[in-house]
Structures are given as C-alpha cells and as structure tokens.
Write a protein of this length. Structure first.
Lengths: 116, 113
C-alpha cells in the first residue's frame, strides 16, 4: 500500500526567506504526486502535480516541487515566502485503480508559520 | 464558475443519531469523492462516486455511506454516530478522465456530543 511521510509537523520561516517542505512517499509503481494547501477554515487547493516528464514542476503562487525517484521524495519549495503563505501543506500520492481513477493518500501535513 | 459547495457547514449531533451531508460539485464534474479530516488520523479517503456509481471505497465501516444523483450532486450519510466521527468532512469534485485533480469544498464540520 502507498504511504506519504511529511517529517516536519511545523515549520517557521521569516517573511522573504526561502522555504522547503519535505515529502517522502512509498509506492510500488510510478507515483502520481500532488501538493495541496489548506488555509484555516478552507478546503484544500491544488498547488502542483507530477504525473511524468520533467521532474521539476511549477505550480501556482510561485511554488515548485522536484521529484527525485532515487530518494522517493517530492519536496516543495518557494524562493521567497509571503505572510499569506501561512497555511497547512499536504503532500499526496495517487495509486491508480481500475477504471482509470485513483485513491489519494495524504501525508499528515506541515503547518507553515510565517514571521514578519 | 462556482466552486464545490458543501452543506451544512457546521452541525452538532449526539451519539446514536445519523447525519446527511451534501455536496454540489463544479458544473460538468462527474466525479465526487469524500474525505474525513481529523487531528488524529489526518485526511482519509472515504469513497468516490462517478456517474452515480461508487467507484472506490476507503477503509471505513458500513455506517458511512454515500450516493450520487444524476446531476452529480452527492450526499454522504453516517448512521449511529460515535464520538470519534467528529471531524471535518471534505468533498472534492473532479472532471471526467483517467488521472484527475481534486477541487475541494470548504467542508462540513461535524461535532458529535
């Protein structure tokens, strides 16, 4: 069965500093990988996804992520964090099922705190 | 284009009762999936419906059920509520296709007393 580990429960950064959120996955086949963001009281919003091809993926809000198969990682990065980036971030892996759909498995999330 | 709408946003029930939550997907989306989010277990997949058929199901007891209507709107029901069912229940819709991305609603916050 697939699994996702986000080793950092909380991360605190200063506004304007760079950010890297870690994600490690376990899945036997080629993974479909996602990063979602959840602001307080809101649902999740997709930041970016990796299906195949270029291992460096660009997303919305200035985020990017790099897929490293050898390390089973899909870390999320942003060069300069804004106060509005404070939120919960979830990494997810999709396991393909019959019929072409997939069941997503989410990590436990990383809470990002941004200091002014 | 309107997003995913979930109702009610907040509700309080007592143990043993049942609850029905509703989800209206983005227009044109035929897949609707449901998730339970708790501090202890995180985000867990409940089930997915596509064209009124349950396509996938997570590891939850039979007290959790759902259905999808011909207009793609979906409901989930939890019977014989337990304290541990207190959670944020999220619905997500997705356009038709093999591999898809999820568009989430804001969730229904259920408190069981």
């Amino acid at each position: 069965a697939q699994s996702v580990t986000q080793p950092d429960i909380h991360i605190t950064v200063s506004e304007g500093a760079s950010l890297e959120l870690r994600c490690n996955y376990s899945y036997g086949a080629t993974p479909y990988l996602f990063w979602y963001v959840q602001s307080p009281g809101q649902g999740l919003q997709l930041l970016l996804k990796y299906f195949s091809g270029d291992t460096l993926v660009q997303g919305i809000k200035g985020f990017e992520a790099e897929f490293k198969r050898s390390q089973s990682s899909f870390n999320l990065r942003k060069p300069s964090v804004h106060w509005s980036d404070a939120a919960e971030y979830f990494c997810a892996v999709g396991a393909e099922c019959s019929g072409g759909s997939y069941i997503p498995t989410f990590g436990r999330g990383t809470s990002l705190i941004v200091h002014p | 284009k309107a997003g995913v709408t979930q109702t009610p946003r907040y509700l309080i029930k007592t143990r043993g009762q049942q609850v029905t939550l509703s989800c209206s997907p983005i227009s044109g989306h035929r897949s609707v999936s449901w998730y339970q989010q708790t501090p202890g277990q995180g985000l867990q997949f409940l089930f997915e419906y596509f064209s009124e058929t349950q396509r996938n199901k997570g590891n939850f007891p039979g007290r959790f059920s759902g259905r999808q209507f011909s207009n793609s709107r979906s409901e989930m029901n939890v019977s014989t509520l337990e304290l541990g069912d207190s959670a944020l229940y999220l619905c997500a819709s997705s356009p038709r296709g093999g591999i898809w991305e999820l568009f989430f609603g804001e969730g229904s916050r259920l408190t069981v007393l």
